[in-house]
Design a protein around this ligand. Sequence first.
Ligand SMILES: [Zn+2]
Ligand SMILES: [Zn+2]
Length: 284
Amino acid sequence: MWDTTTRDRRLVLAISPHVNLMDKKLLNNLLEGRIVILEIYHAEPLTVEKFIDRISSRHHVERRRQELIAAGQSHLFHSTTCPECQATIDLSNLNRSSYVYCRFCESIFPENYPVITNGSKYRICDECHMFDRVQGYTEFYFYFLLIVYGFSYKRRHLCDNCAHRVFIKAFLLNLIFILGISSAIWIKIKSLTNRDPALKSLSKATGLSKKGNYAKAEEIYNKLYQTYPDHPGLLMNQGLGHLFGGDGNGATNCFNRSLRACPNYQPVLRLFQEFETAANRRPK
Ligand SMILES: [Zn+2]
Ligand SMILES: [Zn+2]
């Protein structure tokens, strides 16, 4: 298994590209050739996900250990266990650092200590790809077209900042028919309540970063670092703010700081990969 994630009752499994799948029926039902989506009942999808992650990560890390032993480099092997989901995380070849990222549950923690931000609450937003508090919302629209009326809804997982954008859209579109207004207001209330008190102003900083207003966002990030020094997700958001504001050097500086604090922080590693792909595509 390469990766897993849950969205409400659905469990998404990404099968490793190295696995040779023989079952034709399974192959025909895979998304993009390697993704399975299961709807789970009679058990919590998150519990099932953690169980799969615990087993598959242990196998993956053990294989890595055997490879290093075979190459005469066993001294490079280093692994740790995620305190949140108990997955085994491979840290071989990486410098010792302040934080470890668990790609299974998206939590961030100092090695051998409890998590500082739990991935079930604070992770990368599906829509804007920034680090923030992410929750599931139901977007509801009531419509009435002469004699036809009805409603449509969809489920989305959004950060507090994206939820505000959806609230404005749902509020304005439902305003004419009144019926959907309460669900629109619920989006706003949900996005404002139960935040980690120390990260209350994160959504504001995310919004400023999205607009490229990195100078104003920096004031907020600096306050957040007092509780979460060098948090890799906050540094990534701050870097994206510089990037959107046209300050490439400032962005690179933040991304490098993020990786120094947490060398296996995949959201920033993925960004670097995307930059590299874009640079290779550019005509020389
Ligand atoms: Zn974990
Ligand atoms: Zn978002």
